[in-house]
Design a protein around this ligand. Sequence first.
Ligand code: ATP
Ligand code: FE
Length: 337
Amino acid sequence: AIILGIESSCDDTSAAVIKDGYLLSNVVSSQAVHEAYGGVVPELASRAHQQNIVPVVHEALKRAGVTKEELSAVAFTRGPGLMGSLLVGVSFAKGFARSLGIPLIDVNHLTGHVLAHFIKAEGEENIQPKFPFLCLLVSGGNSQIILVKAYNDMEILGQTIDDAAGEAIDKCSKVMGLGYPGGPIIDKLARQGNPKAYTFSKPHIPGLDYSFSGLKTSFLYSLRDWLKDDPDFIEHHKVDLAASLEATVVDILMDKLRKAAKEYKIKEVAVAGGVSANNGLRNSFREHAEKYGWNIFIPKFSYTTDNAAMIAITGYFKYLDKDFCSIDLPAYSRVTL
Ligand code: ATP
Ligand code: FE
């Protein structure tokens, strides 16, 4: 089976082709237009998707060496995401599948992030997690601990009650005047800084849930006090601030993940979503593997942030189950796993 995957939930327009579980192409067009605004502007995102979707799909088919007549099905991100962005991918997928007379498969974006671990590509090492495994899903919009029982059976054990980890990093980075998105910038600076230079408040939330809004406030207030004494404080201590912020986020994430692993007696532990690109988090996973005997699964960088390969692989599994959707299925801005 050859599946075309389409992703347009936020500010990346992406298309990918998967043949019998193997990735043939994965084209991602990131929208630079939002940088000037320090965040994604929904209207601009929607318009950019409209401009990008046809060339991106065309390029994905071309790189895969596949004609559209050879496709078995079209898989698309149904949600969650920005409605105006989703609608572009959803409408395109529906029209494309209808014109080719092939099935349509709706994919949950978050399921896609988790199943990115099952993308196989020629010449790439791919050791896949065994069910059941835990997946820490950390992205711009979500921070969740998921119990993955099967491709199509996942349970959220805990999730953020306010901000997501990526959102908190992005907001703190914005406060420091570092640009958007802050995640990769903080990551780079943190590598040169001292993670113990500053301490920021950590939440006390019961169970396996997360909270990141307190950290954001703590960071903001600390910074405000330091700037009173030294107007150039940020400039002078940029790397230490980044390293300490990153370390706090990683600590918060790993404390609960450790708790989940212990409670559920699971040692297969994966990480997914944009924040899983973070080197501090990746290092902490490696340390946990050594210390607690975890089998860890860290995705390739290009499969961490939004991409259509993860949508295509999820679509492929649903295709095998003949789990198709009807052409009048609406998009969803908020939907859980
Ligand atoms: P969701 O998947 O929840 O709908 P999203 O699709 O916007 O949200 P992703 O594209 O998965 O989120 O991830 C984007 C987030 O990842 C941003 O917050 C970004 O700052 C963060 N990020 C990317 N690279 C890094 C990095 N190296 N270190 C930390 N954060 C990073
Ligand atoms: Fe995402």
